[in-house]
Design a protein around this ligand. Sequence first.
Ligand code: AMP
Ligand code: MG
Length: 487
Amino acid sequence: MTKNNESGWNFENSYAGLPKALFTLTDPTPVSAPELIILNEKLAATLGLSAEELESDEGVEVLAGNEIPEGALPLSQAYAGHQFGHFTMLGDGRAVLLGEQITPEGERMDIQLKGPGRTPYSRGGDGRAALGPMLREYIISEAMHALGIPTSRSLAVVKTGDPVYRETVLPGAVLTRVAASHLRVGTFQYVAKWRTIEELQALVDYTIKRHFPEVEAAENRAQSMLREVIKRQAKLISKWQLVGFIHGVMNTDNMTISGESIDYGPCAFMDTYDPETVFSSIDVQGRYAYGNQPYIAAWNLARLAESLLPLLHDDQEQAIQLAQDEISEFNKLYHTHWFKGMRAKLGIFDEEAEDEALIEGLLDMMKKHRADYTNTFRALTFETKGDAALFDSPEFDEWKRLWQERVGRQQESKDSSKKLMQESNPAVIPRNHRVEEALDAAVKKGDYSVLERLLEVLSHPYAHTRDQEAYATVPESCGPYQTFCGT
Ligand code: AMP
Ligand code: MG
């Protein structure tokens, strides 16, 4: 049923213009008793949507997948992916794209329902999602956005009134996800593996038009597109590393072409600094450990490059050379971004050859003394004492002396250095125990106040206000944390 449009839906459906193999028209499956749990009013406004209308019964019917808004053309997308290194056919097993909302600013944003019931790509799954994990995605994606990291956004979570069956029976929910697009490395892998060169070319053309209009006139369009994706991913992954974000499931189907973080399943933020940190219960090998993320990103991008080989050059050997040249740029770009970010975290504006050793020296000590990553930088910013084991150690005294000398050598004042640190070191990240506390209250007690408070605190991570203090500490009692996939 098509709903009249008071909410401000302003859809175009360019994805449906791609070759038919790339998607299947799929309506969401209606749910019994939609109840709006949370709506992102600010995001709604930037999308040109009326929060008031979205909150109305009719608005919620749309967010639950019970009604199709005017102009939408629901579809699920086809894609493949390397999951933990193994290549397989996937597709939106539990997501439906309603369409692309054209915002008042003229931006094109995918509006996708996550958890709307089975699709042709559901395989054995039920196409549904549980309330806890959808609220978790809402919290983390909005926290990432506030931290200044490109990410898919969360517009709303609606409780469906229907149960979902996992290890236990859980309340079902639908998340409305917003992204610049849901094109992934896996989209290209799917076409390269099973479809024609013409279809691959159409996908490249579409991607360039949508995300990289600046290379529209390039001589080698596929190569230029690859280069732009590599640039965006190098920047993105450096930002993850700088805040201690661990994605947890960096399969090629979860890596976007737009350079946004996407698919918040078993992700979490690192507390104590250790490059080997893994939270996901299914990542037994540590493939997606914190310290591995840049290598995995480069590996995933090599899969993208591989998919583009037929378009890079008629001569496949030359195509491989071009692909390798582009991929080898990733490490350089990543390190440039990461060093710049690390310098900023230490209040350093310019560059000196010894900076690398200074940064590595701090990280080594943090690892050795099991210091909290975020709070060490906070303590340095505000010249307070961080974890005692680190801050009381003689080697730290020596390091601090070198660091202060280094900061003193630059032209910028001490004040501007401190300001830079404040802007580069978050006061709060979504600490695991705080996220769990909010989800527990919401799912078990129907109390959403803890969640709302947490979202508020996380929405201005660089403000360093007094009320954020309580969200910055980790209780001693918090044991090892584990996250779970596909719930
Ligand atoms: P993810 O690792 O969450 O990105 O999911 C990997 C694949 O499994 C994607 O193709 C998802 O659409 C699919 N999937 C995850 N959960 C479900 C579910 N409950 N029902 C159907 N498909 C699912
Ligand atoms: Mg996924």
